[in-house]
Ligand binder design. Sequence first.
Ligand code: CO
Length: 201
Amino acid sequence: MHTLEHLFERNLEWASAVKNQDPEFFARLARQQTPEYLWIGCSDSRVPANQIIDLPPGEVFVHRNIANVVPAEDLNCLSVIHYAVEVLKVKHVIVCGHYGCGGVQAAMGNEKHGLIDNWLEYIKDVSKLHSSSLEKLDPADRFDSLCELNVIEQVKNVCRTSSVIKAWEQGRELSVHGWIYNINNGILKDLNTCITSWDER
Ligand code: CO
């Protein structure tokens, strides 16, 4: 049996370090969460939401999947958006992709990978949609560009969800952002796709 003792040791050290700095931290958070941000990012271990934007527990509601996709029929992703927007009333939804995304790279090829190929179809759709501009690029630039275009298309998908549309109809302050993270230097880039109303889509 493997009990992963070292992770429990790390956890105890972390919890006591947080408590030393702020004795009320956990008691305060336990009462309620009031995050302003919903983060939709890639599952990639190199792209941890809270650490990248240097925010503590309680500040970001997070959904991650392979290649930060927001499919119109994905009950998991839609439920996260629903809860974040309608119950927690976050003010910002951030779709954050990253360069060097393995999911995007796999979607660029024709190799078969098994079950995950169904998921990669969502990224292939983005690739097909932008094929004329992508074809003009060399392979490295095409990879970077598809990582960016995938974020932009997923931002549009977030804007099409009923929760987001309803929030805008009610005149609530809600922005949807598209960002990309560079795993080579730890720097985030805004793709300047911020949408704050139905008309801006
Ligand atoms: Co990725």
